[in-house]
Write a protein that binds this ligand. Structure first.
Ligand SMILES: Cc1cc2nc3c(=O)[nH]c(=O)nc-3n(C[C@H](O)[C@H](O)[C@H](O)COP(=O)(O)OP(=O)(O)OC[C@H]3O[C@@H](n4cnc5c(N)ncnc54)[C@H](O)[C@@H]3O)c2cc1C
Length: 381
């Protein structure tokens, strides 16, 4: 797999990614090539046109993209968002959508959970979906919703029963499959959904989204009404483990580039890498990455054996995101002033890997998960 992936990623060199980053563009050619070669359909079972691989193999795909100098954040949603549909959708929904997602004819790259006023406190979301006949009518707002402009479908989490009327705050939310082209009623003046891009630190297409009585056909509800929050949580272990693998890929990239530069750059008549002050941080980054990688494989192994892996996938994401950013910082320092020059890619990869300590889950929330669910400390919120 790695050999085949390197054959593909190797054709998208640093000049390609620099151009995409500089133009704040989307890596269309790269994502098309990845899709055509079938890599994005790794987790879709064969009966629906995918390759039915495990999480371990899928994680290698993400790792190799980032290790090659690319950015899997542009397309990782296409690999794992469909998991919610696969696990909780009806057979009719799966037959209708999964084969087209597998070929790339339909892109399900977006998932809308986060809201501006509630943030991580997801059960307080204010976006509501009210059932009216054979439709749900959605009103509210989301923020940081990625890849909408490169997606055909989006998974939306909305409240279907008011918070005050449910026994547990995690109940009463539902998930829907939104046809983005219909929702934006492209070409009309009163769309049910409007999208406003957010300029941000990374070349990551992400948006504010406003719902103004958006009508969604009732058959687009996934699973049972009221159980959407649980369905979203069910998908998080795969998402976290795949993103851990992206961070591992970034981390190897930083360590290799720091090592090569330290070997080549001569100052005071010797390679800078001969100084322990330069070597040791690179060695430390390597050790931390190797350790994070073990946790990534452990999470994959448990997930693929259908064993509980909430704590391992969270710990893998925590360790890998931390290790990759520390490696990024070391790589930047090793390159001195040249680390800041776009042509070396270090500053771009530095920005890209920083995201993963915040999204899709911030470090503090992982720590609170481990504190409460693994160590038995009191719930803090
Ligand atoms: C580039 C980008 C892309 C994104 N893409 C998507 C997407 O496609 N879909 C989507 O739904 N969301 C997306 N997000 C949102 C992302 O998941 C959230 O930003 C993230 O979960 C943190 O939520 P918040 O920004 O609201 O921070 P807040 O919840 O406001 O938290 C701010 C800080 O306070 C800390 N904090 C909050 N509460 C506690 C507590 N009880 N204890 C300790 N610390 C606490 C947090 O850890 C964080 O560091 C994206 C974000 C970014 C930046």
């Amino acid at each position: 797999m790695r050999e085949a992936l390197r054959g593909l990623t190797g054709t998208y060199d640093s000049a390609y990614w620099q151009k995409v980053d500089h133009e704040r563009g989307y890596p269309v050619a790269f994502v098309d090539a990845l899709t055509t070669a079938g890599w994005m359909a790794a987790l879709i079972p064969e009966q629906y046109g995918g390759s039915g691989l495990g999480l371990a193999e899928a994680s290698v795909i993400m790792e190799e993209i980032n290790r090659s100098g690319g950015n899997a954040g542009s397309c990782h949603g296409q690999m794992y968002n469909m998991g919610t549909l696969l696990r909780h959708g009806s057979e009719a929904q799966k037959q209708l959508y999964l084969p087209k997602i597998a070929t790339g004819e339909l892109r399900l790259q977006s998932m809308a959970v986060t809201e501006p006023t509630t943030g991580t406190d997801t059960t307080k979301i204010k976006t509501v979906a009210v059932k009216k006949g054979d439709k749900y009518v959605v009103s509210g707002q989301k923020v940081w919703i990625s890849r909408i402009q490169h997606s055909d479908l989006m998974i939306l989490l909305a409240r279907t029963t008011p918070l005050a009327e449910v026994k547990k705050k995690s109940e009463g939310m539902s998930i829907f499959l939104v046809d983005l082209h219909q929702a934006m009623r492209e070409g009309t003046t009163k769309p049910g959904m409007t999208v406003r891009p957010i300029a941000n630190m990374v070349n990551h297409e992400t948006n504010e989204v406003f719902f103004d009585e958006l009508e969604i056909p009732a058959e687009n509800l996934i699973g049972e009404e009221g159980r959407g929050f649980k369905y979203i949580l069910d998908g998080l272990n795969a998402e976290r483990t795949l993103i851990a693998a992206e961070c591992i890929g970034d981390g190897w990239w930083f360590v290799e580039h720091a090592r090569d530069y330290a070997n080549d750059r001569v100052v005071f008549d010797r390679p800078i890498g001969r100084n322990q002050g330069v070597q040791f941080p690179i060695a430390e980054s390597y050790i931390e990455l190797e350790a994070a990688n073990l946790m990534r494989w452990k999470a994959c192994e448990l997930f693929d054996a259908q064993q509980p892996c909430g704590s391992e996938s969270n710990m893998a994401k925590y360790l890998a995101a931390k290790a990759s950013f520390e490696a990024a910082n070391v790589c930047m320092q090793t390159h001195g002033g040249f680390g800041f020059a776009a042509e070396y890619d270090v500053e771009r990869k530095f920005r890209e890997t920083r995201l993963y300590q915040v999204a899709p889950i911030s470090t503090n929330l992982i720590l609170s998960y481990i504190a409460e669910h693994v160590l038995g400390l009191p719930r803090s919120f």
